[in-house]
Design a protein around this ligand. Structure first.
Ligand SMILES: C[S@@+](CC[C@H](N)C(=O)[O-])C[C@H]1O[C@@H](n2cnc3c(N)ncnc32)[C@H](O)[C@@H]1O
Length: 203
């Protein structure tokens, strides 16, 4: 089964499998974030809808049209609108110098995609713009509370520093936290949390 078919089949469930409330790390730092916003691997919409409800103009990108259809329904049910784009991040080209915020929540991508995408994300930010990312960390491999079992998809502080060399770290930490974000992400988990800022002036 390819990625699109896998995620479409997961999202065929009428329930919101990752819930309808935003990721906790995102919610805790939302005051820092300005629009326009781009959400990588937005899925069923909980994070883009949350930021849209705070007034940010949001674009959610995902490989799953079924997930994004649920995202638009969630937005409508909350009285906000978000833009969506079905795209494979392996080939996606974000608009340069455009975004105040790019979020990446549980967007577990292989290095073969990240090495092309992350430099484009750095360039997609406006000067002073932020990337906010949370992903399962390598330590999550020993837990049974969700996330991929492939080391290539799991993040470490070293990987973040190597893969976002052009951003100034505002926050970079690996923490254990209780996650309660839908059916597949529940329980004590090890996560990598990163906020990085594009400098106002290029180095
Ligand atoms: C664990 S879900 C997280 C969804 C959402 N960010 C959230 O926190 O609720 C991972 C998402 O990555 C998307 N995805 C996986 N591979 C992708 C790719 N190559 N391009 C775009 N989206 C992808 C899936 O469709 C899925 O929505």
């Amino acid at each position: 089964m390819n990625e699109e078919a896998f995620w479409n089949s997961r999202y065929a469930n009428p329930d919101y499998v990752y819930g309808t409330e935003p990721n906790t790390f995102l919610a805790e730092h939302a005051d820092l974030l300005e629009g326009p916003g781009l959400s990588l691997s937005e899925g069923e919409g909980r994070n883009a809808v949350f930021l849209a409800s705070r007034g940010l103009d949001m674009l959610g990108v995902d490989i799953s049209p079924i997930g994004l259809e649920k995202a638009r329904k969630l937005a409508a049910s909350r009285g906000v609108s978000i833009r969506t784009a079905v795209a494979d991040l392996a080939t996606y080209e974000p608009e340069p110098d455009h975004y105040g915020t790019v979020i990446s929540i549980s967007a577990h991508l292989p290095f073969s995609i990240r090495r092309r995408l992350y430099p484009l994300i750095e360039r997609a930010l406006k000067p002073g713009g932020l990337v906010l990312l949370e992903s399962y960390s390598m330590k999550q491999l020993s837990r049974d509370t969700g996330g991929p079992k492939d080391q290539d998809l799991l993040m470490t502080p070293d990987k973040i520093q190597r893969e976002f060399p052009g951003l100034e770290p505002v926050l970079l930490r690996e923490v254990d936290r209780e996650v309660s974000e839908g059916t597949y992400h529940t329980g004590m988990a090890s996560v990598l949390q990163f906020i990085g800022r594009r400098p106002l002036h290029r180095k």
